[in-house]
Ligand binder design. Structure first.
Ligand SMILES: *Cc1c(COP(=O)(O)O)cnc(C)c1O
Length: 460
């Protein structure tokens, strides 16, 4: 499988090169040249497969530069640290309503599903190339811990994660700073998330190498992350009757990586009726789908912080398909957007998107009230991100006869302070309680590129 850029001016790459490079040189994002198809029979056969076996059968269609045996081993290792044998248990919460629990990985958020795999994948490529590399990323919460957990067993990697000092929750910080591995380096930046992010972006601009080691980005534009997420759409849909019946999904959405994987599953042949984009008050995606208003608003800090974004990077990948792979149109659209902070989508591609995508935006007050309501009705405690999805599923579900699967993206204990605000006291899993006792390791640095680089040089 070859990978092409959405803007059409970057070199065509293999799977390996795509995973190792991140953003395309022309500013676009890499997508597969063709989307492989799954027949009904291929889908039905997955009924007899474990999660890892299903993942192998789905992902190998996009990967032709790793042999089957190796790929199987990489996938198997990726899902050994999940608390449930189902990996992604599906819970029924109403006649045709289901909750897909994606939070059984080591850091209790759905990002584990992709980042555990990405760690083993990149380590494999580095070993093969006899290379060492440096992972660098900024986090406002969940990504950092999932990346550290996914990469800390990699022999060929050093990991530097920047977080804004005193601006993330204690649990989120401790999930990163209590990992006792010599290749893990946490840096608290005296500033906000944007300051930390700016340092990372600047580092990638300046050079892609540090002390002769390749810099690797872990943000959600990496193709490997999208790929690993396709799997649970297919696996869960099949367990409620696909491909014999249509299925809908609702996805708490920030950078559009998770729900884009659902779109790819539908392009592969999974009969998906609706994909509901659930946003918090940072609602650019909802404004696009509903009003064709593709413009930047100021960032709002919400109680669902993993979805606090101004622009959703992966939406460009979707537009590429909506515009029938016309990279010139995508380039023109984003040139205008980058100049004016605003653009519009042509009617035809937009109406195509509206055939499958629905959207809504949910404010903080609604989130708290729905956490209470779901607990009362089902005895199920959900985290604030998942709550947004459940409201959206209710608002946007126009086909009551079709099963609606809402994606639960984080364990409620991860956001227990917010859940408490909703009036529900939560039992903390032992893995979280232990975190509160463990010794932390991190350094605090000013929001200064040079100081951060000096530190990185000193430990490498
Ligand atoms: C990252 C994250 C999201 C948003 O996912 P995207 O792929 O960025 O749309 C939603 N919920 C939780 C808990 C997350 O960590």
């Amino acid at each position: 499988m070859r990978y092409i850029s959405t803007r059409g001016e970057a070199p065509i790459l293999s799977f390996e090169e795509t995973v190792m490079s991140g953003l395309a040189l022309d500013g676009g994002l890499y997508v597969p040249e063709k989307i492989p198809k799954f027949t009904h029979r291929d889908l039905i056969e997955l009924n007899n497969c474990s999660y890892a076996e299903s993942a192998f059968r789905i992902m190998r269609l996009f990967i032709d530069d790793i042999d089957d045996k190796t790929l199987k081993i990489l996938i198997k290792k990726s899902y050994t640290r999940f608390k449930s044998d189902a990996i992604v248990p599906l819970k029924q919460i109403g006649k045709n309503n289901f909750l897909l629990e994606l939070f059984n990985g080591p850091t209790l958020a759905f990002k584990d599903i992709a980042l555990q795999f990405m760690g083993y994948l990149i380590d494999y490529f580095l070993t093969k190339r006899d290379e060492k590399a440096v992972v660098m990323g900024a986090t406002s919460g969940d990504t950092g811990s999932a990346a550290i957990s996914g990469f800390c067993y990699c022999n060929n990697l050093e990991i530097f994660i920047l977080h804004p000092d005193k601006m993330i929750s204690e649990i989120q910080r401790r999930q990163m700073t209590t990992v006792k591995k010599d290749n893990v380096h946490n840096i608290a930046i005296k500033g906000n998330f944007d300051d930390a992010q700016a340092i990372v972006k600047e580092s990638f601009k300046k050079n892609c190498f540090i002390k002769g080691r390749r810099l690797i980005a872990i943000n959600s534009i990496n193709w490997a992350r999208i790929l690993a997420q396709i799997v649970y759409y297919i696996v869960s849909a099949i367990s409620v009757g696909a491909p014999y019946r249509e299925i809908s999904f609702t996805v708490p959405t920030g950078n559009f990586g998770n729900i884009f994987a659902g779109y790819l599953a539908s392009k592969m042949g999974l009969p998906i009726k609706q994909l509901v984009i659930a946003t918090n008050s940072n609602n650019i995606l909802h404004r696009i789908i509903e009003y064709n208003d593709f413009s930047i608003n100021n960032l709002v800090n919400t109680i669902a912080p993993a979805m606090d974004i101004v622009v959703s990077s992966n939406f460009e990948r979707l537009l590429f398909y909506a515009y029938k792979k016309n990279s010139n149109a995508i380039k023109a659209l984003f040139n205008k957007f980058n100049k004016k902070n605003s653009t519009i989508i042509d009617e035809k591609p937009l109406s195509k998107l509206r055939n499958i995508f629905y959207s809504t935006s949910v404010n903080d007050k609604m989130i708290l009230s729905v956490i209470r309501k779901i607990y009362k009705r089902n005895g199920v405690i959900v985290d604030p991100h998942t709550a947004i999805g459940l409201i959206a599923a209710e608002r946007c579900n126009t086909y009551p006869g079709i099963p609606m699967i809402s994606l639960a993206t984080a364990h409620p204990a991860k956001f227990y302070e917010t859940v408490l605000k909703a009036g529900i006291e939560i039992y903390l899993p032992s893995s979280i309680k232990e975190l509160l006792k463990k010794e932390e390791r991190y350094c605090i640095l000013p929001a200064n590129l040079k100081k951060v680089h000096n530190y990185m040089f000193s430990v490498l």
